[in-house]
Design a protein around this ligand. Structure first.
Ligand code: NAD
Length: 431
């Protein structure tokens, strides 16, 4: 079995196999294999002690055939060009799967933001925009939050962009606070999108949600929200975890109480919450036992929802996974090798490019509201999100059924075909 070592190799393996399933010209394949633009800068900002810190910053613009580049900015010590390229490519696929008029891009800074004070974090965020302001713009490339970047950081970035360009630009960035051009419903959008798709799949498979045992890895924005939505809908949440480890209860955990507890006890250092779901054990609020993040993936459950890191299900542990359905809220949690093993076992995987596309869909609503000056209600956001994500799921499901593909293969087929259709009518790559 072929192995893929970097995030870029893993993402591209899905893209390349889809390119072989649909009919493409070599010139079109070449265009899709490489990002259209890579912007690499050294950014610098003042530390609290007066010294200057220099960091590597990236913006990768993969494809804009269907609309402006769209994708988050990640602050992480492991963020590098390879990772940002992979994520930008997956954003082109994601926006095309849900059929919103964007291409794919991604940004990153190689930094551990948790080691910065709030002032340093703000100065670094503004320095990113100073370095990249010519590459982005409301009709060009629209960033958003990603790992370790928050609504507050988006506000600093929009403010800096507007100062430097002398424009009013609510459409330059999404994931902003409500007070400064954000959209209602953005916070819970990723989980809600995944919830709508999972519910539809369960209806089709005639699996009652109330009978399901669910394990969620990662109790952050998206993981906590999906756990609460499924709990409210009657599913049994048997396992939850965060970076400190996990908890398990055969009888079921109450994610709403756990979230309240975590919010109350989690010390907030600047922008980041450091409380852990594991602390709940000390209070004996539920009949729980602890388990590691690795054990959580292999626990007795029907639905497994990785909502933390990439590449957590690999050839090493794929055979031990007991879930019948995997919902990929994290980006790239299942390696290509594991994907093959699990698909052969009959595990249904709702792939990241579909399962977590609710976030970018509501980002699109935020962008539309920014450009039009309109403000949508929560009901309109939810209604339009459900309509768009279920249409995407049904397009993917029909492609999978017609061609005997997995949902991941079908998602990449549908997305690449849409991107290539746009490239062709624009006259790209055909000479
Ligand atoms: P977050 O930072 O709010 O939460 C991440 C969670 O993962 C935290 O609970 C953290 O403790 C936990 N975690 C960190 N390291 C871990 C480890 N080694 N093992 C287990 N858990 C660990 O992030 P989020 O916004 O909820 O995003 C989670 C994932 O979903 C990421 O992969 C992100 O790229 C993806 N995603 C999020 C959105 C969104 O809108 N939030 C959209 C698309 C994709």
């Amino acid at each position: 079995m072929q192995t893929f070592n970097t995030p870029y190799e893993r993402a591209m393996s899905f893209v390349v196999s889809a390119m072989d399933r649909i009919t493409l010209l070599d010139s079109e394949k070449d265009m899709l294999r490489q990002p259209q633009n890579i912007v690499q800068k050294e950014i610098s900002f003042k530390k609290d002690d007066g010294s200057e810190q220099k960091l590597h910053a990236y913006r990768v613009q993969h494809n804009n055939a269907r609309g402006p580049y769209k994708g988050g900015i990640r602050f992480h010590p492991a963020a590098d060009l390879e990772e940002v390229k992979a994520l930008a490519t997956l954003m082109s696929i994601k926006t095309a799967v849900v059929g919103i008029p964007f291409g794919g891009g991604k940004g990153g800074v190689t930094v551990d933001p948790k080691k910065l004070s709030k002032g340093e974090l703000e100065r670094m965020s503004r320095a990113y925009i100073t370095a990249l302001k010519d590459a982005i713009g409301p009709q060009k490339d629209i960033p958003a939050p990603d790992v370790n970047t928050t609504a507050q950081i988006m506000a600093w970035m929009r403010d800096e962009y507007e100062k430097q360009t002398g424009t009013f630009a609510p459409g330059v960035i999404t994931g902003k606070p409500l007070a400064y051009g954000g959209s209602v419903g953005r916070d819970g959008a990723t989980a809600k999108g995944a919830f709508f798709v999972l519910k539809e799949l369960l209806d089709i498979e005639a699996l009652p949600l109330r009978d399901l045992k669910v394990a969620v890895q990662g109790f952050g924005n998206a993981g906590a929200e999906i756990a609460m939505l499924l709990h409210n809908a009657g599913a049994t949440i048997v396992a939850l975890s965060d970076s400190q480890g996990g908890i398990y209860s055969k009888e079921g955990l109450d994610p709403i109480r756990i979230k309240k507890y975590k919010d109350k006890t989690g010390a907030v250092h600047g922008e980041y919450c450091t409380g852990s779901v594991c602390d709940i054990e000390k209070l004996k609020m539920d009949q729980t036992e602890t388990l590691t993040n690795e054990q959580l993936l292999e626990c007795e459950c029907d639905v497994l929802i990785p909502s933390a890191l990439d590449n957590v299900i690999t050839a090493e542990n794929a055979k031990k996974i007991k879930a019948k359905i995997i919902v990929e809220i994290a980006n790239g949690p299942v390696s290509p090798e594991a994907d093959e093993i699990l698909s052969k076992k009959g595990v249904i995987i709702i792939p990241d490019v579909l399962a977590n596309a609710g976030g970018v869909t509501v980002s699109y609503f935020e962008w539309v509201q920014g450009l039009s000056g309109d403000q949508w209600t929560a009901e309109k956001v939810d209604h339009d999100l459900e309509r768009i994500i279920l249409k995407a799921f049904n397009d993917v499901r029909h492609e999978a059924k017609r061609k005997g593909l997995t949902l991941r293969e079908a998602s990449f087929n549908v997305a690449l075909q849409r991107i290539v259709d746009a490239m062709r009518v624009r006259g790209w790559g055909n000479h």
